[in-house]
Design a binder for this molecule. Sequence first.
Ligand code: ZN
Length: 209
Amino acid sequence: MNCNIVKDLIPLYIDGCCSEESGRIIEEHIKECDNCIKLIDDMKAPDDIVFVLEQPKSFSKLNDWKASVLQSVLLFVSFALITIGVALEARTPSGIGNGFWALNLVIPSTGFMLSLANWYFVKVYKSRKIFSNASLLITLAITLCAYVWSMFNYQVNLFDLFAGKDFSGVIEVAYSSLLFSGIGIVLTVAFCVLSKFLSNRYAKMLGKE
Ligand SMILES: [Zn+2]
């Protein structure tokens, strides 16, 4: 067999793309031809180096993909919770129950969803720890702002609450509002913890130290 023909087939042979027959011909040929063995070795070597270099790259690409999936899923879930809360709130007849779903589901979910915007700025943070702590604080801050807003929206008057002359009245109001929005408080705490934990995982997937 002519070396030139074998040389043409060698790239296909290395990639495993040539036919069985061509493969046999090449293997027969290189038993006797040092030049072609050397050529195969030379052609294989750079491929191996490329493979070693590319592996961490594809690994990090997979993790980038996982991170964006995590962020998208969380956006979707928190948006779905807000939608459910808004729908339930809209169905609540006017009266004492008004605001229940807003306080207990819509506001905590909104705080969490809006805090996810901070994840786009993960590169700005110096470390994963700072980023995850910031995520927790942002979730808490947005949620608290929304609760303050809800006090105006549902006309909860702080002056009535704290300037009451009758102290037992204040406790009563505080106690009944705690009962009314207790689920919301628990959800807010849960979302803050989740925010810290998941943002940490997210940053880790992106290879942040
Ligand atoms: Zn040869």
